[in-house]
Design a protein around this ligand. Structure first.
Ligand SMILES: [Zn+2]
Length: 1132
């Protein structure tokens, strides 16, 4: 400015006041990055003795005058009840002491605190208990109050608030149980998949009586929310800059020795959270925008068994700790809603912590605590059979209904490793229309394209599915989570709402108070700024889905996803831990058989037979528990012992049930597995499958079995082979030698010690040079193995990128090593059964494989089937190697077929796209098949679930050898078998599903001592299906769940049938059971309401059946499952 103004101008006074004329300051331009960095130093860290952290507690006492501490440690990793523990001899204990060992030792503390009277005016007094591990606080009479998570992780929760009444009294006693495992078990070095450290100790770091400075905590939470906004929002947004300005102002306003500075600093935050946001409490959710975009729901994912890291008994404690904490939070935060799945976990709580169960029940009835999912556990959804998946929901829904008077409306499997396309129909059948999941966000090849969509199953049934865009069920309720709920939503064009499922999980815990505090602040922010999505609290998951349904015009605005939800990850879980897979398959089949024969025995009984409903239910519960989503996929170590024990119990119990029912059905009969009596025996068998069958059964000789029945003996002369033959519909099967002698025998020839030929009238197999060189259809003169390729065993290097037992990665296919059968020798020469035994030495392992061909299998008509049986005994001592059986085929097809629960799925054999390439290892049940027009070959499995078909090479996965989480997984002895079944006609024209069914369901062979005749209580096959096609399978055969033992209680038979090939079909179900008065098509829950009345008609003979019999006409769509309830007349 030019000078010379020596006089004052006559400016307007008003102008100068509004904008001063003179300016001496340096200006306010900030260096934004430095301010942002500064906010990182307001709590904790290097300045914690002078920053906000130094102000968080007003008083702290840890002396013995104020805190009396006594401890008793349960010996030998036992887990006593509260009552047992409290009777023990407690000794004085002190802060700083060490407790252990991990995993899973339990330490009980009796604690009495004396609160100084001068503390009466403080807002809160709390006991801070940090044993470094998890703990539970109880009242002195044993009511669990809340969980404790020690240590300094993000899940830390160590405060127990002294109740105000107790504080007034001055003295308060309570009990704590510390359990020496962390939230994730006790992993080495914090690597969560490593085996647990069994010898770690924990330190009682805190047992202090403290007065928290609540305004300082409030400021800490304010500041945390501001920092989240700063870190989450785009850098040049108004709100982000405002949050940073306010955070900086707060740092300037806070003085560590001036308590008054804290409320003043907090007031500054109102600029972001809104005026009076805190006074409104939960009312913050009632103001502002009406339309909520993000629906917050508290959740606590408790893995019923997480790999080796905890066994079931630890889970039971986790349930109690986590849920008591939530009940406590609901009292303090009325907007808090908490969804929790798994009837099994509720049942544990009911059995082990009855007072807490009552508190939970009150909250359920009050609509704050939601049992969700309707399932027994959060199950794996690849490997359980259709019936097992149904039972997960049936038992779960029945439990919820019996205890809380409600059924879940939302199916809930957020963490299962892929979801079979059979599931939508099963979910709908169990009374649910909605489905929540999220695991597909873990795909490691393709990004799943939807967040909210109609999931359409293999039969066309749909469920409304939401995969939270937050990509987790353990969100921390941060501004970042809320923002992601919208920014990562993949269908905003058709839906703009998301579920925020928050709370610590996997190892339990659930939401913390600080999360609920944070959400109030973030809602306050959204009430005044549209830059953050609006989060809503206080509503249920059911309401969220109801809203989705309405806002999407009943799903019509949403995209569809058809078929399975294949997880592109964790593909090793179909094979890892072979004995668990085998336990699962065998238990499912034993249960099916037990229900079948027990139902018949209860209908055609002699006096005194009662349907063993309780034992069957108990066994189902055990099988369902072991199908937990980390259990059947890859259990090991600690929980593996639990699982094996449960499978052994199921086997013993169901075999006993089968025997006792068959004694009723065939009076005087005994199982062949019992020691046969002397004298002549009359052999017979019972067939629980609905299929006609022929079986060649090995029986002991020299015990009175008629030589007439034995058509071949083993080389040592101790055992013989008998042909059993039975008709459609199952039931009695008798030795059927007469038809077989001399017809179509099987033979084995060798040319030197390296060339063997197994042959019957249909098929011929050549093992030469240690490999399968030829598989030949004798009648068609068709070679099935391509020129220059061979079948046999193969080893792959198996080193996944991280999740060892869970993953097999695509690169394993790049390092195959074909193994040779050696020392091949003939062990059976026909005419019924011909076999060669082979050995493979590989590394430290030995593998014995017996390859067997049987007499031509004549039934069921019209196509002859000859299955090559492979049975293996393996002593397995490899590490990180994958054993498979491969079969290259001269068959060209873009897809291979794999059995799924109640149906099948076709998956590509090529890698056209990354979606195709991702399916290099897949799950199947009893078979996989590669077919072209006119011909196909199937591999049958009795205990394996991993398969693949790459190009023309069909493979079954046999053994893996991971070392984490279980260092010894799959080491040692294994026995398993598989079959190779060439068939004329495409898979869809074949009997492969039936052959696979029979491969898995052996006959129950029995005898009548002293040569007595077989008398059967059931004179006719109880049910028969007639139709143009035989594509409907009668799967389940049981008494109604609601039947009662009382004299005039309801008596029903429930049948479950499914269409196995994927097309519409009409059948007649012929009923040969007396006393059927009505029939209904009902749902999985066997509800009468909504059931369809079925016509009871008489057969006409049009499909080859006897005319004039009682029958029900049924029409199926492809893969449809029907539950038929037959009402029997009351007992007279
Ligand atoms: Zn899980």
């Amino acid at each position: 400015m030019g000078g010379g103004h020596t006089h004052s101008h006559q400016h307007s006074n008003i102008d100068s006041a509004e904008y001063p004329e003179w300016n001496f300051s340096p200006g306010a331009k900030w260096i934004k990055g430095l301010i942002k960095d500064r906010t990182g130093n307001f709590s904790g860290g290097h300045f914690s003795d002078v920053n906000l952290s130094s102000a968080l507690f007003t008083h702290r006492l840890d002396d013995s005058k104020h805190i009396e501490l006594q401890r008793w440690s349960a010996p030998n990793l036992t887990k006593p009840t509260f009552e047992e523990a409290l009777k023990q001899d407690f000794q004085p204990a002190k802060k700083g002491e060490s407790i252990g060992p991990s995993c899973d030792s339990n330490h009980w503390y009796k604690i009495t605190v004396h609160v100084p009277s001068e503390w009466n005016d403080y807002e809160r007094v709390q006991f801070e208990f940090d044993p470094g591990c998890e703990a539970m606080i109880y009242t002195v009479d044993g009511t669990p109050l809340q969980g404790i998570t020690g240590g300094f992780g993000g899940d830390r929760r160590v405060e127990y608030i002294i109740p105000p009444e107790a504080r007034k009294k001055g003295t308060h006693s309570f009990v704590a149980e510390a359990s020496c495992n962390g939230m994730f078990g006790v992993p080495w070095n914090g690597d969560i998949i490593q085996p647990p450290d069994p010898n770690r100790n924990f330190q009682l770091a805190s047992a202090d009586l403290v007065v928290p400075n609540m305004p300082a905590w409030g400021l800490l939470w304010d500041f945390t929310a501001l920092r989240e906004l700063i870190g989450t929002l785009p850098g040049n947004s108004t709100l982000q800059n405002k949050a940073l300005t306010v955070a900086n102002a707060i740092m300037n306003a806070f003085y560590k020795n001036d308590p008054e500075s804290i409320p003043a600093a907090r007031k500054l935050a109102d600029e972001v959270f809104g005026e009076k946001w805190e006074e409104r409490g939960e009312g913050i959710y009632e103001i502002g925008p009406k339309e909520a975009q993000v629906w917050g729901i508290g959740h606590c994912h408790i893995d019923t068994a997480w790999c080796v890291l905890w066994p079931y008994r630890v889970t039971q404690q986790k349930v109690a700790r986590s849920w008591s904490t939530q009940v406590d939070l609901m009292d303090r935060y009325p907007e808090h809603r908490f969804a929790c799945s798994s009837a099994q976990q509720f049942k544990w709580l009911e059995q082990l912590y009855p007072p807490l169960f009552e508190r939970v029940r009150e909250k359920v009835l009050a609509g704050q605590f939601y049992p969700i999912g309707g399932s027994w556990v959060e199950n794996d959804a690849n490997m359980p059979s259709g019936e097992a998946l149904a039972r997960q929901l049936i038992l779960g829904q029945r439990y919820f209904e019996s205890r809380f008077g409600l059924r879940s409306r939302v199916a809930w499997l957020p963490d299962s490793f892929g979801l079979t396309g059979a599931l939508p129909q099963i979910i709908r059948g169990a009374g649910m229309n909605y489905f929540f999941t999220q695991k597909l966000s873990w795909n490691n090849i393709n990004v799943f394209p939807h967040s909210t969509f109609n999931w359409v199953g293999i039969d066309g049934t749909q469920v409304l599915c939401h995969m939270t865009p937050v990509d987790t069920y353990t969100a921390q309720a941060t501004a970042g989570d809320i923002n992601k709920a919208l920014t990562n939503h993949k269908n905003l064009e058709s839906s703009s709402t998301s579920l925020l499922v928050f709370g610590n999980g996997d190892g339990g815990g659930g939401p913390l108070a600080k999360m609920l505090e944070n959400l109030r602040r973030l809602r306050g922010t959204a009430n005044t700024s549209r830059e953050l999505p609006v989060v809503h609290m206080g509503r249920s998951v059911d309401e969220f889905f109801d809203h989705l349904k309405t806002s999407s015009d009943a799903g019509r605005k949403l995209p569809n996803w058809r078929g399975e939800l294949y997880l592109e990850f964790h593909r090793g879980t179909y094979t890892s831990h072979g004995s668990i897979k085998k336990g699962n398959r065998k238990s499912e089949i034993l249960l099916r058989d037990a229900e079948h024969v027990a139902t018949l025995a209860s209908i055609f009984k002699g006096d005194g037979y009662k349907y063993p409903k309780q034992t069957l239910n108990d066994s189902w519960e055990k099988v369902l528990l072991n199908q937990f989503h980390d259990e059947v996929p890859t259990s090991s170590g600690m929980v593996y012992e639990d699982a094996e024990k449960l499978y052994a119990e199921v086997r013993a119990d169901t075999e006993a049930l089968i025997d006792s029912a068959l004694r009723v059905l065939y009076p005087g009969s005994l199982p062949l597995s019992s020691t046969p009596a002397s004298g002549p025996l009359t052999l017979f068998a019972h067939n629980t499958t609905p299929f006609a069958r022929q079986d060649i059964v090995r029986v002991p000789l020299g015990l009175g079995i008629s030589a007439r029945d034995v058509l071949q003996t083993t080389s040592d002369g101790k055992e013989g082979y008998v042909v059993f033959e039975g008709g459609a519909g199952g039931g009695l099967v008798a030795p059927g030698n007469a038809n077989f002698k001399g017809l179509n025998d099987v033979t084995v020839d060798s040319a030197g010690d390296d060339h063997f030929v197994l042959k019957n009238r249909n098929v011929q197999l050549i093992v030469s040079g240690g490999r399968i060189k030829s598989l030949f259809d004798v009648q068609l003169k068709r070679e099935l193995i391509p020129q220059g390729q061979t079948g046999g065993m193969v080893i792959y290097e198996d080193r996944p990128n991280y999740w060892d037992a869970w993953d097999v990665e695509i690169h394993h296919l790049e390092k195959p090593q074909e193994l040779k059968f050696t020392n091949v020798k003939i062990v059976a020469t026909g005419p019924l059964r011909a076999a060669v035994e082979t050995e493979i030495k590989y590394g430290k392992s030995s593998i014995k494989v017996t390859v067997m061909l049987i007499h031509e299998y004549l039934g069921p008509p019209p196509h002859p089937l000859s299955t090559l049986h492979f049975s293996a005994e393996v002593d397995w001592h490899e590490r990180h190697e994958f054993l498979k059986f491969k079969l290259p085929l001269d068959i060209h097809s873009d897809v291979a077929t794999y059995e799924t629960p109640w149906g099948h799925v076709q998956r590509p054999t090529h890698k056209n796209t990354t979606w195709d390439a991702a399916k290099f290892e897949v799950c199947g049940h009893k078979f996989t098949d590669l077919s072209e027009y006119g011909y196909g070959v199937a591999i049958l499995s009795e205990s394996k679930y991993g398969f693949s078909c790459q190009g023309n090479v069909l493979q079954i996965s046999l053994l893996r050898a991971a070392t984490a989480p279980d260092a010894e997984q799959d080491q040692g002895k294994h026995e398993f078998s598989w079959g190779v079944l060439p068939h004329r006609g495409h898979f869809l024209q074949s009997f492969v599903p039936i052959a696979a069914y029979l491969f898995n369901s052996p006959l129950h062979v029995r005898y009548i001592p002293h040569g007595g005749a077989v008398t059967a209580a059931v004179s006719r096959v109880p049910f028969l299906l007639f139709g143009r096609d035989s594509s409907v399978i009668l799967e389940t055969f049981k008494r109604g769940d609601l039947d009662s033992d009382t004299k005039d209680g309801p008596r029903t038979i429930v049948l479950r049938l499914y269409e196995a090939y994927g097309g519409h079909v009409s059948v007649h179900l012929q009923i040969n059971v007396p006393g059927v008065v009505a029939a209904y098509a009902t749902n999985l829950l066997e509800d009468d309401v909504g059931a369809e009345v079925l016509a009871l008609e008489r057969t006409t003979g049009e499909w080859g059946e006897q005319p004039g019999e009682l029958a029900i006409p049924l029409t199926f769509r492809g893969f449809e499952v029907k539950t038929i309830k037959l009402v029997l007349e009351k007992e007279g």
